[in-house]
Design a protein around this ligand. Structure first.
Ligand SMILES: Cc1cc2nc3c(=O)[nH]c(=O)nc-3n(C[C@H](O)[C@H](O)[C@H](O)COP(=O)(O)OP(=O)(O)OC[C@H]3O[C@@H](n4cnc5c(N)ncnc54)[C@H](O)[C@@H]3O)c2cc1C
Length: 329
């Protein structure tokens, strides 16, 4: 069977790899347009405390599948995935709500062992795990919380797919009633996978189909500190769309969950500095970039505000720097 996969973000890359591993003849098409969500995503792999049951039905098994995926990729490519189980903190002040979260995670762990164990931490214990966490916050620690750098796992999936025989092609795909065209030329296919991210709906609209996929906007800032951040857990403060997570090498990211709208804030880490900007992306209006970054350095303390790009302040203060100082404004 010959399958054309349109889009090579994490969804298309994963689809291509799994199809190629099962013996399909795969062609992946991507035109590398600005706004790739996979490059901007924070990479939190920790749905275990989610209150959204509908989302959990999909996200729980997907998160639980990661160890198996990482092992399979290890057979097919030398590209690292960056996947790491570092634990997660669901931080808050309301003890009853924290206990309810602990109960929910524990119940889920019975069916999803990847969730690990849920334990209550007082503010000192939580702060010991994630030093910039605001001093007043207690937390539920979920030992199975994990994170991944979307760019790395995408590179790993695409390299593994290629080694399994997939063809990676650069070009713009369009759907017509008689098949797929890439830059205007027909490409034969028995099946087509549309994994074009936020552009998927407009792609299938050419066939008269309606797909309930719309762009969302989110904010994320990459920061850097002279600390060993390798084991810092993912932090999801309760009653807040914000999240915090860290990667090896002193980088840690602060972001806010997406809301419907055409503007996406995308950040890119630079060694020894931090920056963020707004990028009009994944919208019909193209990719006009609106810079708004402030320089910093590894030796300077990170900013005390979440981001000059942030549309809203956090509902509750979630971090401070130096640890224990006044919370961010
Ligand atoms: C700030 C932010 C934080 C996030 N944090 C998290 C998180 O912590 N955890 C989590 O699970 N998710 C997170 N997400 C969401 C996650 O990043 C996305 O859901 C995921 O990356 C989407 O992947 P995708 O492959 O569907 O789309 P994309 O990565 O956008 O890839 C789509 C690809 O399709 C290509 N394409 C589109 N149309 C065509 C065409 N006609 N022809 C050829 N190529 C085409 C594009 O060039 C692009 O490469 C976050 C997202 C953002 C923006």
């Amino acid at each position: 069977m010959r399958v054309v996969v349109i889009g090579s973000g994490i969804a298309g890359a994963s689809g291509a790899y799994h199809l190629a591993r099962r013996g399909a003849e795969v062609v992946v098409v991507d035109d590398a347009r600005p706004g790739l969500a996979t490059a901007a995503g924070a990479g939190i792999v920790s749905p275990w405390a989610s209150v959204n049951e509908e989302l959990f039905v999909l996200a729980g098994p997907a998160a639980g599948y990661y160890p198996e995926l990482v092992a399979a990729l290890g057979e097919d490519t030398a590209e690292p995935t960056s996947y790491a189980v570092v634990g997660a903190l669901v931080a808050g002040r309301d003890e009853a709500a924290l206990r309810e979260t602990q109960r929910r995670v524990t119940a889920r762990a019975a069916l999803h062992p990847a969730a690990g164990e849920a334990s209550l931490l007082d503010p000192a214990q939580a702060g010991a795990l994630f030093p910039p966490l605001h001093a007043g916050l207690a937390a539920v620690h979920v030992s199975g919380g994990a994170r991944v750098d979307g760019r790395q796992v995408r590179a790993s999936l695409l390299d593994a797919a290629r080694r399994r025989g997939a063809e990676l092609r650069t070009g713009t795909a369009a759907l017509t009633v008689d098949g797929v065209r890439v830059d205007g030329a027909p490409v034969g296919a028995d099946a087509v996978v549309v994994a074009a991210g936020a552009w998927s709906a407009e792609l299938v609209a050419a066939l008269g189909a309606q797909l309930p996929v719309a762009p969302q906007r989110g904010q994320i800032t990459h920061l850097e500190v002279a600390e060993d951040t390798t084991r810092w857990p993912v932090v999801s403060p309760m009653d807040s769309g914000h999240y915090l997570l860290a990667f090896p090498g002193g980088g840690w990211w602060s972001g806010r969950r997406g809301r419907p709208g055409p503007v996406s804030t995308v950040a890119s880490p630079q060694p020894g500095s931090w920056r963020c900007w707004n990028r009009r992306s994944r919208s019909r209006r193209g990719s006009a970039r609106r810079p708004c970054w402030r320089p910093g350095s590894a030796s300077a303390p990170p900013p005390r505000t979440v981001s000059p790009c942030s549309a809203r302040s956090p509902a509750i203060p979630v971090w401070s720097w130096p640890p224990g100082s006044a919370p961010p404004a």
